[in-house]
Design a protein around this ligand. Structure first.
Ligand code: EPZ
Length: 417
């Protein structure tokens, strides 16, 4: 089992160019099945989840080629409607293929994605919305059999601004007759990127980034080129790497607008941050300030995908901080690992109280999920002594070459098999 070995105490100094966003490229690759024409996607990160999505597209008959960070998809040869179960299990977010496949083929067979490390991850909002658009969905033997002879646009009020449900509805609605209005839609930048992809493909869609998105169905989409937005969570993670080591790091190729909630909280923690629209410099404090209350919220609130990373930083703060995780049911699995490194954290349900300590000490710790694993790496950068992080496959789902990038900034981190 591969692991990272980190010798803490090194200030990070240097420049990072941030790769394309995992959570934007996955829905865009799914949407290529609707184009039924060649599509080229630029700025695709080299991540396990992206490789899984590529394998799914190839398994259902699409021609997919990758050259560095460019992925070419020709879905004209798509000839299967069953999404391979083992690949859905590998990546539960492949559920967004449901909408794309219903739009392209009018039917799809996909295994129930099930839960993951951070919670049960239900898809009730997806299914309710797809049914109101005219899909018939049968659930049996752990599979979803979906058919939609004729999709009709309608008004959809989401009970919760679910990112995946919003993406699924947008994709089905591209081929529904008439107009579909999504109210209480997710407002994340990844939704805006999907809208841009669909709009350039010829779909009449507007409103992404607000709570009301309107899509007018069309007969067909055309082949296009698309460049994926930068990964705001990867950017935030490297910002915390600078903050937690008292470093001085410049991030390039970012969308500063997308990371405003992260900038605000890191400034509150005592970081000096200077930026223009696509570049940012962050100087970490000698010792971070505590943050009285940090609540994770749907965008534009503070992102749940940055909760674990901020907890690592606040473990070393002057004073006591409170974090409330409001999005996922079980997203504190990194707490017990941080405690092994000397952090003083108490959790009650979805609230964590973090009493800053003088320093963390290196230890053997295990990544339990993607962002929690990243928080252990960040803690190892600041801890006194050696930290070993195992189960790093979780981390490598969402971070391209994280050990090489941290090494280039002066960290002493090795990846060992
Ligand atoms: C996306 O997950 C992201 N994943 C997650 O990033 C991110 O944390 C999440 O959005 C919130 O921003 C991808 O984009 C691939 P949701 P998604 O539907 O779409 C509940 C990472 O680390 N819910 O907005 O699954 C659900 O249980 C990952 O990169 C229902 O109850 O998120 C959760 O509590 C982790 N019923 C909340 O809504 C539904 O039908 C948010 O889920 C759907 C969701």
């Amino acid at each position: 089992m591969s692991k990272y070995i980190i010798e803490g105490g090194k200030r990070l100094i240097g420049e990072v160019s941030v790769n394309g966003a995992k959570n934007a490229v996955l829905p865009v690759l799914a949407a290529t099945v609707i184009n039924n024409s060649p599509v080229t996607v630029f700025n695709c990160p080299k991540l396990r989840d992206v490789e899984t999505m590529i394998r799914i597209l190839q398994t259902i008959g699409c021609k997919v080629e990758r050259m560095d960070d460019v992925v070419y998809v020709d879905s004209r040869t798509l000839d299967k409607i069953k999404i391979p179960e083992e690949l859905v299990r590998e990546m539960r977010s492949s559920i967004i293929l449901m909408g794309a496949m219903l739009a392209r083929c009018g039917e799809v067979e996909i295994s129930y994605p099930g839960g993951c490390e951070i919670g049960p991850r239900p898809i009730d909002l997806h299914l309710k919305a797809l049914k109101s658009l005219g899909a018939e969905i049968e659930e049996a033997h752990g599979f979803l059999y979906c058919k939609a002879e004729n999709l009709r646009g309608c008004e959809i009020q989401l009970d919760y601004p679910s990112v995946g449900a919003t993406e699924n509805i947008m994709m089905v609605a591209t081929k529904a007759e008439g107009i579909t209005t999504i109210r209480n839609a997710a407002r994340e930048p990844e939704i805006m990127d999907l809208q841009k992809f669909l709009k350039v493909s010829g779909v009449k869609v507007c409103g992404a980034g607000t709570s009301v998105i309107r899509i007018e169905g069309v007969k067909s989409l055309k082949g296009i080129e698309h460049t994926v937005i930068p990964d705001r969570i990867v950017a935030g993670t490297y910002m915390v790497a600078s903050a937690i080591t008292g470093g001085e790091v410049v991030l390039k190729n970012i969308e500063v607008e997308h990371i405003q909630p992260i900038i605000a909280k890191l400034r509150e923690a005592g970081c000096m941050i200077y930026n223009n629209c696509t570049t940012l410099k962050i100087i970490g404090p000698r010792k971070p300030n505590a943050i009285e209350m940090l609540q994770t919220l749907p965008y534009p609130g503070f992102p749940t995908d940055m909760q674990a990373q901020l907890m690592a930083l606040l473990s070393l703060a002057n004073g006591t901080s409170i974090i409330q995780e409001t999005i996922f049911e079980n997203r504190f699995k990194h707490v017990e690992e941080l405690i092994r490194m000397g952090a003083n954290i108490k959790t009650m349900g979805k609230v964590a109280v973090i009493k800053g300590v003088k320093n963390l000490t290196g230890a053997k710790v295990s990544a339990k999920d993607l962002r929690g694993g990243a928080s252990l790496v960040l803690s190892g950068l600041a801890a006194k002594g050696t930290t070993e992080v195992d189960n790093i496959h979780h981390i490598e789902r969402g971070y391209e070459n994280i050990n090489d990038i941290l090494s280039s900034l002066g960290a002493d981190i090795k990846r060992v098999l």
